[in-house]
Design a protein around this ligand. Structure first.
Ligand code: FEO
Ligand code: CA
Ligand code: CA
Ligand code: CA
Length: 652
C-alpha cells in the first residue's frame, strides 16, 4: 500500500451504550474472555490466588497487579518468534507480555487503613511491601488458542515474572567512557559499578520491536522515592545534603509519598541512596524468547516519565521509537537509532537502542514542527555546562528538552505511529494547570484542558525518520453537547461515541486507530466509564468515534493489542472499582462540568447492596468485585481477550 493514498476503512459494529456500572460491556456479537487475573498462577508450582494468604514468594510466580500495556508476539510451531508476521501467521500461539504498573495497598490487602481518605502507611505491614514489589513489573506468559477461547500455557518454559527486584543492566551514553561516562550518577553503596540494577516498576505502556523484544516504559517512578525529612505538611522534603541537586530531583517530582518502600528498603530512601532515582525512568528492553536473558535499560532513549515506546522503521531502516512524558507541561520525544535493522539478526538488532539520537518535539503555531536533537555541545545545549556530557543530557532529559526549546504539552500519553499512513497520533490526556495566563500555543489550545486532545503528525516525506513534520489537532475531546468545550467531532458522532482523556492507543492491521481512555477520578463529570473507542480518523466531516468496550466502575482501559490477523483484541482492565468511586452515588454538585449526566447512576456493586459512598474504597469495601463477583474476593485487574462470535476481524 502507498501511504500517500491509503485511507483506513470505517468500522462496522453496533456501539456499546455509554454509562457506568460494576461490570464490562463489549459490542454486540463479540465475546470477552477474562484471560489473566491478578494472582493467577503463571509458572509451574505457583499457588492459586488466596487474597487472605498473600506472600511475595507466591506473587513472584503469579500474574501481577494493575495490568497496563499488553504485547502479543506470534510464535511458530517450534516456539520461535515469527519475525515480520503477516495476518495469516502466528494467530494460534504466542507470548503475551503485560506491564503491571503499580500496587495499591488498600485494594490489595485486608486491614489497610485510610483515615480521612489518606492511606495510613503504618498499617502497610512489611510483608505487604514485599508483595507490592513482587506485584509490579512485567509478566511474560505463553498463550494458545483453545477452540474459540484462549488459554494460558502454565508449564511453558517462557513464562516468567519480572519485578522491582529482578537484576537488570544498563547501556547507552551513561556507560560510554569515551564520551565522559556518567555511571557515577548511577552508583550506590550496594552497586559500585552503576550497572548492576535492581528491578523495574511504574511500567506503563511499552512497545514491540521488529526483532521480537519487548519494551517496557518506566513512568511514575518518583512515587517510590522517600526521605526521612519532612516539610510542614508532613510530606517528604529534600534535606540540606541534596541542595546541590535540588532542581534535578524536583524536575522529576522527587521526593514524594506514594509507596512506603523506603521505610523497609534503604535504596528508596534518598538520604541513604541519592542516586537510586537515576536508575529508573528508562525504557527497558526484555527478550521474552530468552527466559534467562537480563533486561537492559537503554539510556540513549532518555530518562523521563515514559508513557510508552512504540517502535517503527524509518525509510532507511533505522529504528524510530516514539515516547510521551506523562506530566503536565512535559514533552513528546523520538529516538532514532544510528544503526539499521537487519531482519533475522536478533543479536545485532539488540544493540540498536544503545546508540542514536534523542529528540524532543517543537510544535510551531503555523502547523509545522521539528524534532530538536538533544545532543551535548549542540544547539542551545552547547551553552549549558550542566549538559557537558551526553550522560547528563539523557539522565536529565526533561531539563535538556526545556533548554532546547521543546514544546510543553498537555500530558503526553501514548504516541502511536500508523505504518499504513505514516502518520503519528499523540494522545494528550489533559492539563488542568494550563491557565489562561500561560502563553497560548496552538498545539495545546485550551486553558483548563480537562478533557484532552489528539494531535496528528505527518512526517515530511512520510518518513518516520524525517526531522521536520506538519501537524494538526485531530480531536478536541469532550461532550459535543457542551459548546464551551469547542469539540470538533464529526456531526455523525453518536451519544455513546464521544470520549474524553485519551491515553493508550493502537492501530489495527487495517490501519485503523483505537483509543483507550483514562479519566481517573474525574469520570463522575461525564458519568461514563472509561473504554475503548474505534476512531475513524479520515471520515468526511471530522473524526468519528465509536464505543467498542466499556470497563467496570473505577477502572481505566489499557493496552489495546491485536493478533496479526486482527481477530483477537487483548485489553487490560486496570484498577477496577477504584478511581473516583467515592463519588459514584454522589457526583460533585459543585463541578460545573457534570453537565446533564448526573441522572444515569446505577448500582456499582452488582451484588444488590448499596455502596457506601462516604467510605473510601478498600479491599473490604470495593465498588465492584469484578471479574469474579465472589464474596470476599477483591476486584482483580485483568487482561480480557475479545473475539468475534463465529470469527472475523475486530471492528468489522
Ligand atoms: Fe501510566 Fe500515563 O499512564
Ligand atoms: Ca497510561
Ligand atoms: Ca500504544
Ligand atoms: Ca492516564
Amino acid at each position: 500500500t502507498d501511504p500517500k493514498t491509503f485511507t483506513p476503512n470505517g468500522f462496522a459494529f453496533k456501539e456499546v451504550k455509554a454509562g457506568v456500572d460494576g461490570t464490562h460491556h463489549v459490542a454486540d456479537g463479540y465475546e470477552a474472555q477474562c484471560l489473566l487475573r491478578w494472582g493467577d498462577p503463571i509458572v509451574g508450582g505457583a499457588p492459586d490466588f488466596d487474597p487472605y494468604r498473600q506472600t511475595a514468594g507466591a506473587q513472584n510466580r503469579q500474574f501481577g497487579y494493575n495490568n497496563d500495556y499488553v504485547a502479543y508476539f506470534p510464535m511458530d510451531d517450534s516456539g520461535a518468534f515469527i519475525e515480520g508476521a503477516r495476518a495469516r501467521d502466528g494467530n494460534e500461539r504466542g507470548l503475551l507480555c503485560v506491564n503491571h504498573e503499580y500496587a495499591l495497598a488498600p485494594m490489595m490487602f485486608p486491614g489497610v487503613e485510610q483515615p480521612g481518605g489518606d492511606v495510613d502507611f503504618a498499617s502497610i505491614k512489611d510483608w505487604m511491601v514485599d508483595v507490592e514489589m513482587a506485584a509490579v513489573g512485567v509478566t511474560i506468559v505463553e498463550i494458545e488458542r483453545d477452540g474459540d477461547a484462549w488459554r494460558v500455557v502454565t508449564d511453558s518454559p517462557y513464562n516468567r515474572r519480572i519485578t522491582a527486584n529482578t537484576p537488570m543492566t544498563v547501556d547507552g551514553p551513561v556507560t560510554d567512557e569515551d564520551a565522559g561516562g556518567g555511571l557515577e550518577r548511577l552508583k550506590t553503596t550496594y552497586d559500585e559499578t552503576g550497572k548492576d540494577l535492581r528491578g523495574t516498576f511504574a511500567n506503563c505502556a511499552g512497545g514491540r520491536t521488529p526483532w521480537g523484544t519487548y519494551l517496557t516504559a518506566e513512568e511514575n517512578f518518583q512515587y517510590a522515592f522517600y526521605t526521612d525529612e519532612t516539610d510542614w505538611e508532613g510530606m517528604p522534603a529534600l534535606g540540606e545534603q541534596h541542595h546541590a541537586n535540588r532542581d534535578r530531583f524536583r524536575a522529576y517530582g522527587i521526593p514524594t509519598k506514594g509507596y512506603v518502600w523506603g521505610r523497609d528498603y534503604a535504596r528508596f530512601n534518598l538520604d541513604k541512596q541519592p542516586n537510586e532515582p537515576n536508575r529508573f525512568g528508562w525504557i527497558v528492553e526484555i527478550d521474552p524468547f530468552d527466559p534467562k536473558s537480563k533486561p537492559v535499560k537503554h539510556t540513549a532513549l532518555g530518562r523521563f516519565l515514559h508513557e510508552g515506546a512504540e517502535t517503527v522503521l524509518s525509510d532507511d531502516n533505522r529504528v524510530v521509537v516514539f515516547s510521551g512524558d506523562d506530566s503536565k507541561f512535559e514533552h513528546v520525544y523520538r529516538f532514532v537509532s544510528d544503526g539499521t535493522y537487519k531482519p533475522g539478526d536478533k543479536q545485532a538488532n539488540m544493540t540498536l537502542l544503545s546508540k542514536g539520537t534523542l529528540s524532543a518535539a517543537k510544535f510551531n503555531d503555523d502547523g509545522t514542527g521539528a524534532w530538536i536533537a538533544l545532543k551535548c555541545g549542540e544547539g542551545k545545549l552547547a551553552a549549558d555546562e550542566d549538559f557537558a556530557r551526553q550522560a547528563d543530557v539523557v539522565i536529565d532529559a526533561r531539563l535538556a528538552a526545556k533548554d532546547a526549546g521543546a514544546t510543553k504539552m498537555d500530558r503526553p500519553e501514548d504516541v502511536q505511529p500508523n505504518t499504513k499512513t505514516k502518520r503519528v497520533y499523540v494522545m494528550l490526556t489533559n492539563n488542568t494547570s494550563r491557565t489562561p495566563d500561560h502563553p497560548k500555543v496552538a498545539a495545546n489550545p485550551r486553558a483548563n484542558n480537562r478533557y484532552g486532545h489528539i494531535i496528528e503528525i505527518v512526517p515530511d516525506g512520510l518518513d518516520f525518520g524525517a526531522d521536520t513534520f506538519q501537524w494538526k489537532i485531530l480531536v478536541l475531546c469532550g461532550d459535543p453537547n457542551r459548546p464551551s468545550l469547542e469539540t470538533n467531532w464529526n456531526p455523525a458522532t453518536s451519544e455513546d461515541g464521544w470520549f474524553v482523556t485519551p491515553d493508550n492507543a493502537a492501530v489495527d492491521n487495517q490501519g485503523r486507530l483505537w483509543v483507550a481512555t483514562d479519566q481517573g477520578a474525574n469520570w463522575p463529570s461525564t458519568m461514563r466509564a472509561d473504554g475503548l473507542y474505534a476512531l475513524e480518523t479520515d471520515s468526511e466531516g471530522g473524526p468519528t468515534p465509536h464505543l467498542f468496550f466499556r470497563v467496570p466502575v473505577g477502572a481505566e482501559l489499557c493496552g489495546p493489542c491485536f493478533t496479526p490477523n486482527g481477530e483477537t483484541l487483548f485489553v487490560a482492565v486496570q484498577h477496577p472499582g477504584t478511581d473516583g468511586v467515592k463519588n459514584f452515588h454522589e457526583s460533585d454538585e459543585s463541578d460545573e462540568s457534570s453537565g446533564g449526566h448526573r441522572s444515569s447512576r446505577t448500582d456499582a456493586s452488582q451484588e444488590g447492596k448499596p455502596f457506601d459512598a462516604s467510605a473510601p474504597v478498600s479491599f473490604e469495601n470495593p465498588a465492584t468485585r469484578w471479574p469474579d463477583f465472589k464474596a470476599g474476593m477483591p476486584p482483580r485487574p485483568s487482561v480480557v481477550a475479545i473475539t468475534r462470535k463465529g470469527g472475523g476481524k475486530i471492528g468489522g
